[in-house]
Design a protein around this ligand. Structure first.
Ligand SMILES: N[C@@H](CCC(=O)N[C@@H](CS)C(=O)NCC(=O)O)C(=O)O
Length: 199
């Protein structure tokens, strides 16, 4: 059985969305406690994540952590509906590239914008937020999804992040981005995930 360690209104929401898309059997463990940004609070001792963060996923005793790794693990395990191109699929290279890009480039870029850090171009492997957004927008102009015609788990990560920040100083609202977010969050699996938000 798959157990998702979850806290409402955090990154683990996206894993519920993905599990619903995949039609996977799963249960949710809502963490009993968590650490706050000011350092107060304790992580739930039952949470197997190495830093007590969420999401974490246990699959019959095997731990998977990091949202992008969880996405890849689950779409490989449940390939039937094709939302995670598997080895041999022409879109596999783009799929794993975007998953790594999401975690390794996009999140740091957005975080630097959120924290108002002016990271000089090329520092420590980082890419400027404007350059990241130019690439995302050019990709979505070909769209309608990041990998092209077909929705994938990459859209779950990116579309739900955009939903949260669209219209904030971090992410200027445009018709293209608004329509993309709408395409992602109007999926029935997103609504089902919302219903399971509290466990
Ligand atoms: N890179 C991780 C980030 C996980 C993360 O930082 N999650 C936040 C909630 S959105 C958290 O657990 N914060 C509590 C803490 O850092 O102890 C991922 O994408 O899975």
């Amino acid at each position: 059985m798959i157990t998702l360690f979850h806290r409402p209104r955090t990154r683990s929401q996206r894993c519920i969305f993905l599990l619903e898309e995949l039609g996977a059997p799963y249960e949710i463990h809502v963490v009993s406690s968590f650490r706050r940004p000011d350092g107060s609070g304790e992580a739930d001792p039952a949470n197997p994540h190495p830093h007590g963060k969420i999401p974490a996923l246990m699959d019959d005793g095997t731990l998977v952590f990091e949202s992008a790794a969880i996405a890849l693990y689950l779409t490989d395990k449940f390939p039937e509906n094709g939302i995670g191109p598997v080895v041999g699929d022409a879109r596999r290279a783009a799929y794993v590239s975007w998953l790594a890009y999401y975690a390794g480039v996009m999140e740091p870029a957005w975080m630097s914008a959120f924290m108002k850090w002016d990271v000089p171009r090329g520092t420590a492997g980082w890419v400027k937020t404007d350059d990241v957004m130019a690439f995302v927008i050019a990709t979505l102009e070909r769209g309608p999804y990041i990998l092209g015609e077909k929705f994938s788990a990459v859209d779950i990560l990116i579309g739900t992040t955009f939903k949260m920040f669209l219209g904030s100083p971090m992410l200027v609202k445009t018709d293209l981005l608004e329509a993309y977010v709408e395409r992602v969050v109007s999926r029935p699996a997103f609504a089902r995930a919302q219903e399971r938000e509290n466990g």
